[in-house]
Design a binder for this molecule. Structure first.
Ligand code: HEM
Length: 209
């Protein structure tokens, strides 16, 4: 089973990502939430199309990939909050490790997993910032379908790994890509503050050890 392995291999990075975003901060304000959304938009803007392309037709079909795209949700939130759009992360930062289908599954694990804390975050956004529907599309993502969609993702991933031809190598590549993808979230500034040029991305180094 690859899922428990992915979870264990990225547990520490998840903790750091959560702490780094600090979205559950009781002092969260609208401006910082906007900055977090801009960071997400710049990362998903670069990652999502590349993951989709490398998953291939069968992978996209297995995942119902178009229904999982988050860039439209992030754009909707940025517009609703009247926050300036964010530039995509430099493609080279992603292309250096996202090269084949196994890499894409590993990166998709991170992008999909990031929706799991959404219900928690959403409640906090409502309590702290008074945001209900407007401005919370990304963190609402699949709403009540979050659990079923995560399970479907896990089943599709396990099936793909088992399909071969070399499950061990596939799993190793996917795990490495998941760690590198997490690294983009962990090792970047929490957000490029609005009004400043967004950081075009820098090579991921610290997270790769
Ligand atoms: C606001 C910060 C975050 C909170 C509060 C949060 C919360 C959570 C929670 C509660 C779960 C467990 C859900 C469950 O087991 O049913 C989870 C899982 C997960 N989260 Fe986060 N998360 C946050 C940020 C992120 C980010 C930024 C990423 C990725 C970039 C991420 C990736 C994941 C992944 C991959 C899992 C699945 C772990 C597994 O294999 O079971 N999370 N998160």
């Amino acid at each position: 089973m690859i899922l428990p392995h992915l979870k264990a291999s990225t547990r520490e990075q998840h903790e750091r990502a959560e702490a780094h975003l600090n979205l559950m901060d009781p002092a969260l304000d609208r401006r910082r939430y906007g900055d977090v959304l801009r960071t997400m938009r710049s990362l998903y803007g670069t990652l999502e199309p590349r993951v989709g392309a490398r998953l291939g037709e069968a992978g996209r079909a297995a995942l119902d990939w178009p229904a999982r795209l988050k860039v439209p949700l992030l754009d909707r939130d940025l517009r609703a909050l009247d926050v300036a759009p964010a530039a995509d992360l430099d493609a080279g930062t992603v292309d250096v490790f996202l090269r084949d289908e196994a890499d894409a599954w590993g990166a998709a694990y991170v992008l999909e997993g990031a929706t799991l804390g959404g219900q928690l975050v959403r409640r906090h956004l409502e309590a702290r910032l008074g945001l209900r529907d407007e401005g919370t599309a990304f963190y609402s993502s699949y709403g009540p379908l979050t659990g079923p969609r995560w399970r479907a993702f896990g089943e599709a991933l396990e099936a793909r790994v088992a399909q071969g031809p070399d499950p061990a190598t596939f799993a190793a590549r996917a795990t490495d890509a998941a760690r590198r993808t997490f690294g983009l979230f962990v090792d970047r500034p929490a957000a490029a503050p609005e009004g400043r040029r967004p950081d075009p991305g820098r090579p991921v180094t610290r997270s790769l050890t």
